[in-house]
Each structure stands twice: as structure tokens, then as C-alpha cells.
Design a binder for this molecule. Structure first.
Ligand SMILES: O=C1O[C@H]([C@@H](O)CO)C(O)=C1O
Length: 545
């Protein structure tokens, strides 16, 4: 079946946290419409760029784009950006049921509000290994009052201007900034604006809800909970997992989970749903929504104070939750026992010519002006650096616990060329930033594939002993995984999807500052590229008659 969407993308004033800000909307909304489809359907999105003076590109996060690598929506990697006034048609198959996302993948445009959810249901007659009465989707985001341009300019200036902590956390596009602060210009913040009334999830007492939770925060790692209710994690990034009961769900930017919640508490009142920032010590208020028991008034605030959530710096409990999630016994996709290639990616914060950057293996990534997919397919060797980036770093001499002895890095747009149909292991190794006693959490997202999460550990990865502890029995498959402060995460994937694929930190500012790599595999097997992805850089030549 074909699912056809017509979207108009434009700027509008919105007040998602009561503070009026220019936001990017799809058909007048942020988050945009949820894409609903069934496994095997073809989704067609006809996107009209009405941003007037700004390009756009949309990534279908978690959709592997098998056979359509040119519709991955990654500016600079798989396509030229869509010009103002142009209409671009994305067309791809959603080949697997599950919970996915979509969002802008161009500069720091995502955090202007250009995002939404994708829900793919099973074919008729098939069912999940868990039961529920109703299915709901919510998106968690963080929200800044400064424009993406102002933020991006600060990040690429000397002196460096850090974007800082977000002003609000939004649950399904709704949050609450404190309009009474004396610093706010009058007329900009209106606490009674209905756009910022809390999101309400209405439940019928006794029923079980499948809540699909996605995070597309720009920066924040979150802990989500519903006061007084346990949640059972049953799906992660489109894969069924063995049920895990939690009080709060840790979720990183780019991840999706389904949790089951039964409305089994006192039905005479409402409850708070709360999203709290973890892993960074800021003073952003928790994002709040109302878990409303029918038939109570959905606007009636719960009689209790909202839950405060876990302490921000308890990375051990975050790691423990990640480690507790395994593939569902009936849905284990066996991981290859061995790999053909191991790539170690040391994550560091660096300086290049005085600019603050992030790097892997001391190389900070920047995008070329001519997208790789077109450059490689058409053999345009001059448009990016051909020497491959390093396969690892100097294990013996690098101290992950301290600021690097030499914080200077280099910048490159070279890529990893993977042999088609081989198995690749990636070790993400985290380290100290340029601030003393500081290491951050980075959620890494792989385009075009799911990977097996083989293991996590604290400290420096031990190349001889840690692989012996890999979970090869029931590892989960994901497309996004976090690496915790001073820790490592090991993953494995099959390079079996012809195309060119980004792998990067999903923190918007970090990828902007160079925290990513690109993989190519099977370029000779990629079909004829549509000319709609061309028009920038050296691709103009293919559009001439
Ligand atoms: O990229 C970043 O820069 C700041 C800080 O390190 C600047 O000093 C921060 O917290 C980041 O995540």
C-alpha cells in the first residue's frame, strides 16, 4: 500500500513553552504529523519548502532505506539540500514494524522544531509478543529560545559561545517556561497561551497503554516517568525486547522505546508524567504532562508535587538500565560470531585553530559541499579528501581521564570505505573533555543499519579481554546507543546496505562541531541516482542537458 503525505514546511511563531519563538512547522504544527504505516508500505512524502530563504532536508530515522539510499535525507551525505520554493518527493519502504522518527538533517535546523514520529504497524494478522489496549506516541524534545542560527554562530566563533542548557523540556511539543522571570521582554511570554497547556494523556482505568516514546532532544539525556506507575519496556528502536519493568526510563536523543503502562492506580485523580534532564547539571525545569484518568477533568492538576526524578550524575544506574535490556527470546537476530574489521572511535573535545570542536581519533568531521553518495557513484574524487580516517588511536598513551596533553586536532571530510557484506565492530571510547573532571554522554546514531549492542563498560576498553565478555546470546539491535562518561560501548553491524551512511553523535551541536564519521559500502551496487537529489556543488553538471 502507498501512504502519501503532502507537507508544507515553513516558519511560524509558536509558543510551545509559552515563550513566542520562530519555529519550523509542518502543515502548521511542531512536532509534525505522525506518519502511520504498515510494514511493507511505501511512504511518499511530498515536501514543499516554504522557508523562503532557507534550505531543508529530512532524515527518516531508523528506516534503513534498503534500495533507496538517496532518500535517507542527510544533507551533504545522501542529497543536496532542498531549495526554498522547491518540492522534493521522498519515497521509501517501511520494511519493519516499530517506532521510528523523522527530523531535519541540515545544519542545526532540527531544533527549530522540524521533527515528528513514525509508527509502523505489523502486517494484518500478526501480533507483538505483548498485549495492550491502546497505542500512543509521544516525542520528547528540549527547547531553546535562541534561534538555531544564533546557536550555530556561537559554536563556530572565537570566543566560543556555548548554547548552554535548554530553556524547557517539551513533551509532545508542550512545555512551560516561567513567564514571570523579570528578564523576559513584555509580550513574549504568555502563561495562559493554550499552545503551552500541558500535554494530556487520557487513560481509561484498568486499560493497558503502549506508549511509544521517542527522544529528539538537541542536547539533553532524559529520565521519563509517570508518577506512581511502573512501565514495562517492550521495544527499543524497532526491536522487541525481553520485558523490563522500570520506574523511570532513561532515553537519549535518537532513541525510541515502547513501554506498557496499565492504568491501575487510584482513578479518582490525575498523575504527573515528568521528563528530567540527566547527565548534565543544569537548572532546566522538568518537562511535565498530565496522565489523566478518564473521566476526571483533563486540566485538573494532580494533587501531588511532581516526581523529582533520579540524580543527574548517576551514570551507573543509566548504564545498568541499558545493560538490563536484551533481545526478546522469540526475536533474537543472531549476531555474527566474529567481525572482519574493528574500528575504535575515541571521542574527544578539541581545538582547531582556536575553535572548539569534537573529534573521533583526533579528526573532526566536516561535510563536503558535494554529497558523498553522488561523488562516489559518479567518481568525483576531488570533492572530498581521499585518505581514509584513522582506524583507532594510541591506546597505550592516551589518558582518557584527563584533558589531552595536546588538545589540537585536525579537520577532515574523508570517510571509511567498508568492504561490502563484511562484519564491522565499532568501539566507542569516551574520554575527558577540555574541562577538568568532565566527560559527557554521547548518543551515537547509525544511518542505514541496525547494529547489535555487544557490550558496555566503564574505563578504557581492553582490546584483549573485553571482547570475551560480549553478549552474543541475545544482544539487542538498535540504531542509536549511548556511550557514558569515561566509558565504552561496543557494537557490530553488517555492511550490507549499498550506500553512504552517516554515523554520528545525535547531539545537534556536537555533530555540528565535527562529532561524526561516514561509512561507504557497496557503492557499485547502488542503483541509478534520482536527479532530484542533485543541484549543489559539483553535481550541477549532471543536470545539464
Ligand atoms: O560541546 C560542548 O561544549 C560545552 C563545554 O564543554 C564548553 O566548555 C559542553 O558542555 C558541550 O557539550
Amino acid at each position: 500500500r502507498i501512504r502519501r503525505y503532502k507537507w508544507e514546511v515553513k516558519y511560524e511563531y509558536k509558543s510551545p513553552d509559552c515563550y513566542k519563538k520562530l519555529s519550523i512547522t509542518i502543515n502548521g504544527r511542531t512536532p509534525g504529523p505522525t506518519i502511520l504505516a504498515q510494514q511493507g508500505d511505501t511512504v511518499i512524502v511530498e515536501l514543499k519548502n516554504s522557508l523562503l530563504t532557507e534550505n531543508v532536508a529530512i532524515h527518516w530515522h531508523g528506516i534503513r532505506q534498503i534500495g533507496t539510499p538517496w532518500f535517507d535525507g542527510t544533507e551533504g551525505v545522501t542529497q543536496c539540500p532542498i531549495l526554498p520554493g522547491d518540492t522534493f518527493v521522498y519515497q521509501f519502504v517501511v520494511d519493519r514494524a516499530g517506532t521510528y522518527l523523522y527530523h531535519a538533517h541540515y545544519g542545526m535546523q532540527r531544533e527549530a522544531g522540524l521533527y515528528g514520529s513514525i509508527r509502523v504497524s505489523l502486517p494484518d494478522g500478526e501480533s507483538e509478543p505483548f498485549a495492550y489496549d491502546y497505542d500512543r506516541s509521544i516525542l520528547l524534545t528540549d527547547w531553546y529560545h535562541k534561534s538555531a542560527y544564533e546557536q550555530a554562530t556561537g559554536l563556530s566563533s572565537i570566543p566560543f559561545v556555548w548554547v548552554g542548557e535548554p530553556q524547557s523540556i517539551l513533551i509532545q511539543g508542550r512545555g512551560r517556561f516561567d513567564c514571570s522571570l523579570p528578564t523576559i521582554e513584555s509580550g513574549l511570554c504568555n502563561a495562559t497561551n493554550p499552545e503551552c497547556s500541558p500535554y494530556v494523556l487520557t487513560v481509561v482505568p484498568g486499560k493497558t497503554y503502549r506508549l511509544r516514546i521517542g527522544s529528539l532532544t538537541a542536547l539533553s539525556a532524559l529520565s521519563f516517568e509517570i508518577e506512581g506507575h511502573n512501565m514495562t519496556i517492550v521495544e527499543a528502536d524497532g526491536h522487541n525486547v525481553e520485558p523490563v519493568v522500570v520506574k523511570n526510563l532513561f532515553i537519549y536523543s535518537g532513541e525510541t522505546y515502547s513501554v506498557l503502562i496499565t492504568a491501575d492506580q487510584d482513578p479518582r485523580r490525575n498523575y504527573w508524567a515528568s521528563a528530567k534532564i540527566v547527565s548534565r547539571n543544569g537548572n532546566t525545569s522538568n518537562g511535565l504532562a498530565i496522565f489523566n484518568y478518564y473521566p476526571n477533568n483533563p486540566r485538573r492538576p494532580p494533587p501531588t508535587v511532581p516526581p523529582t526524578g533520579p540524580t543527574w550524575n548517576d551514570s551507573a544506574s543509566r548504564l545498568a538500565q541499558s545493560q538490563a535490556i536484551n533481545a526478546h527470546a522469540g526475536y533474537v537476530v543472531p549476531a555474527p560470531r566474529t567481525s572482519d574489521r574493528v574500528i575504535v572511535l575515541l571521542n574527544t573535545q578539541n581545538r582547531i585553530n582556536g575553535y572548539v570542536r569534537w573529534s573521533v581519533n583526533n579528526v573532526s568531521f566536516h561535510l563536503p559541499h558535494t554529497p558523498y553518495l553522488i561523488a562516489l557513484k559518479e567518481n568525483l574524487k576531488h570533492v572530498f579528501e581521499q585518505t581514509p580516517p584513522p582506524n583507532g588511536y594510541d591506546f597505550a598513551n592516551y589518558d582518557i581521564y584527563n584533558i589531552a596533553k595536546n588538545v589540537n586536532a585536525t579537520s577532515s571530510n574523508s570517510i571509511y570505505r567498508l568492504q561490502f557484506n563484511t562484519t564491522v565492530d565499532i568501539i566507542l571510547q569516551n574520554a575527558n573533555t577540555m574541562n577538568p573532571n568532565n566527560s559527557e554522554t554521547h548518543p551515537w546514531h547509525l544511518h542505514g543499519h541496525d547494529f547489535w549492542v555487544l557490550g558496555y563498560g566503564t574505563g578504557k576498553f581492553d582490546i584483549y579481554n573485553d571482547p570475551k565478555k560480549y553478549n552474543l546470546v541475545n544482544p539487542i539491535m538498535k540504531n542509536t546507543v549511548a556511550v557514558q562518561p569515561y566509558s565504552w560501548t561496543a557494537l557490530r553491524f553488517r555492511a550490507d546496505n549499498p550506500g553512504v551512511w552517516a554515523f554520528h553523535c545525535h547531539i545537534e551541536s556536537h555533530f555540528y562541531m565535527g562529532m561524526g564519521v561516514v561509512f561507504e559500502e557497496g557503492i557499485d551496487k547502488v542503483g541509478k541516482l534520482p536527479t532530484s537529489i542533485m543541484g549543489c556543488g559539483d553535481t550541477k553538471r549532471f543536470l545539464r542537458p
